[in-house]
Each structure stands twice: as C-alpha cells, then as structure tokens.
Design a protein around this ligand. Structure first.
Ligand SMILES: *Cc1c(COP(=O)(O)O)cnc(C)c1O
Length: 355
C-alpha cells in the first residue's frame, strides 16, 4: 500500500532527493567511495557546500552581507547561540508556543528577556498581533510557524529593532524579506533535509557586539570566518539539502512553494470545516499552512481512535496530533503532494459516511 507521509519532523522529502542521496551514498561522483566516507575537505565536497549556500541565497533573495551556515546541534542549540551572540542587555520574545518557550528559557541565561506578546492565555491557539515592539531591545525573536500548535505568521513584521527568527518549520515555503532579520535559523528536518543539519542565515555586521566570551563552537563568527567549514559539518544532510534546494528551484522557487502550500491547506481546511466530525484547533486567520491541526467534535470524541486506525489502515502516516494538542496533525511541508492531501480528505469523507 502506498504510504502518505504527514510526519511533523523528520518529515517527507521529495522522492528524487532521497534517490539522488542514496546514489551518492553508494558511490559519490563516480569516485568509488561513499558520500558517507569522504573527507569534508575532499575537493568534490566543497562544490556541494558552495552550491547549497548559493541556492539558499538565490531562493530567499538574500542581500549582501549575510553568511549561510550549515551547523550541527539542531534548532535547539540555536536557542542558546542566539542570545550568546546577540543579547547585550535585553531581548524581546514572542511567546507563541512550546519552541518559543524553550528559546525564552535559554535567553534568560544571558540577560533580561521581555515577552513582547504571548498567546499562552488561550493555549497558543492564535498568533498575537496587537502588540507594540519596544525600541530598547537588542532584538525581537519570533517563531514564524508553531509546529506543535499549528499557528503561523506568513509575513515579516515591521518593527524598529532587528528580528531573529526560528523558521524551522516553514523556511523555503514563502518569500522572506531577509533584510529585516539579523539571524534566521531552521533545523533542516522539517522543510529542507534529513535531521543533522541546521541552517543559519546570519548578518555579518551584527556579530561581535555581545559583551561576553563565547566558546569557539558557539560563536557564529567562528563559522562565518571559515565559511561554515570550521569543523566537520554534517556531510550527508548538507548534500540532501543541496539536492532539495535544487528541487525547490526547479519547481519554481519559494513563490511556487507558497502557492502549493496554500492549495494543499485550502483542500484540507475546507474538509475540516465541512465534515461534521472535525474542527480546527486554532483561530482561522492564524492557521498554519504547514501543520494542520484538527480534533474530533466533542460529541464524537470517542471515535478519535477509530478514525486514526481507519486513516492509518489507508496509508496515512504521522497524523496523530502532538500530545499537547491531541487529535490530529497533518504536516504539509514543501514536499507534500496535493494527492496525499486529497487521500486524507477522502478518508475523512468515507469515515463520515460510514458512521
Ligand atoms: C522542531 C522544531 C525545533 C527543534 O528542532 P531540533 O532541530 O530538534 O532542535 C525548534 N523550533 C521549531 C519551530 C521546530 O519545529
């Protein structure tokens, strides 16, 4: 049976990206060696890093003065690297969910943190919009897509301070005005590559201002100065990222990804709103195009397991909701197909008809 992968992360990648990676793992560029057993200093590998960096710059239309890094440690390490490198006295954070809270916790180790706005009062079911940004903060940190709760802000705020964004789960799904940010980071395993690499886009001029000594590996400047090759980078995940960036480009770039995301989400949210069994969990205008969360209507709550089993038996993978929300979550990152979403909708309709 064909499987439809709705995993929240690590998650679906285009089949051809997996196949190309598999081929290079067996024999890298006809060298007789595996991509997994070559030196990151091998002359054939540097072009992979170069192309991946270039594609990131091209796809996001990054202005001069930024460096694209491929680091280890996941987005979670960036939660501490960001304040280590950028927090001078005081930073502002939007508290929009679990990941934002984790970022806030780390920032508090380095200075004062103000929660500029929060949606904790309603279990993170909306994206706060009526707030004003203080001018006396070093940066404003935002989480553009809240993977667990399924809210997203698909625009770049206008604020009087530099922004820093965790874009782990929606990077490359829309155009971004990078000039508004001092730093953008994303664990790759949602929208870009396999687990093991974190992409960081950092403004060179913004570095070197924090009044503290930074351990070598946690200092962005170390990695900027060596153009992301300071130590052994995650070779295979970078290769996969490069192939996926090629795929995104050949499929029309981030504008096309944006359009695809809107199409997929419309199909699924329309069914969630129509079907008598389900409802969405977040405020309509803040619905994520990436992580589509829905639950059983209260009167049918006892059918939850039944629907999950039905969907799984029809090839749906990874649609069980996160434990803090319950119900269901269909993650629809860049590689997700319209066909998969239509199959899920079919399951929902059939289930409705059968019960
Ligand atoms: C998954 C996720 C993280 C954590 O990523 P790791 O790479 O596992 O550390 C952080 N932020 C967001 C928005 C995420 O979706």
């Amino acid at each position: 049976m064909k499987k439809y992968n709705f995993n929240a992360g690590p998650s679906m990648l285009p089949r051809e990206v997996i196949e190309k990676t598999a081929k290079q793992i067996l024999d890298f560029n006809g060298s007789g060696l595996s991509l997994a057993e070559i030196s990151h200093r091998a002359k054939d590998f540097q072009p992979v890093v170069d192309e991946a960096q270039l594609l990131v710059k091209e796809l996001l239309n990054i202005p001069d003065g930024y460096t694209v890094l491929f680091l280890g440690g996941g987005a979670s390490l960036e939660f501490c690297m960001v304040p280590y490198n950028f927090l001078i006295k005081k930073a502002g954070y939007l508290n929009t969910g679990t990941w934002a809270k984790k970022a806030i916790k780390e920032a508090k180790l380095f200075g004062e943190v103000v929660e500029v706005a929060s949606s904790a009062d309603a279990d993170y079911t909306y994206y706060p919009k009526k707030w004003s940004c203080p001018t006396n903060i070093d940066y404003l940190h935002i989480t553009t897509n809240n993977t667990i709760y399924g809210t997203e802000i698909r625009k770049d705020f206008d604020v009087p301070v530099p922004m820093i964004a965790d874009m782990s789960s929606d990077i490359f799904s829309r155009p971004v005005d990078v000039a508004k940010y001092d730093c953008i980071y994303a664990g790759a395993q949602k929208n870009l590559s396999m687990a093991g690499v974190t992409i960081v886009i950092v403004k060179n001029d913004a570095l070197g201002k924090a009044p503290r000594q930074i351990p070598t590996m946690l200092d962005y400047k170390t990695h900027v100065d060596k153009n992301t090759m300071f130590n052994t980078p995650p070779v295979v995940p970078i290769y996969t990222a490069m192939e996926n960036l090629r795929w995104i480009k050949s499929h029309g770039g981030v504008e096309a990804m944006d359009k695809r995301a809107n199409e997929r989400a419309a199909i699924l949210y329309d069914e969630i709103d129509r079907n008598k069994f389900f409802h969405g969990t977040v405020k309509t205008e803040d619905r994520s195009l990436m992580n589509i969360c829905f639950v059983m209507n209260e009167e049918y709550a006892d059918l939850e397991k039944c629907f999950l089993d039905y969907a799984v038996s029809h090839g749906m993978v990874g649609i069980k909701g996160h434990r803090s929300v319950g119900g269901f979550r269909a993650s629809c990152y860049n590689a997700q197909t319209i066909e998969a979403v239509q199959k899920l909708v079919k399951c929902m309709k059939e289930f409705e008809a059968a019960h």
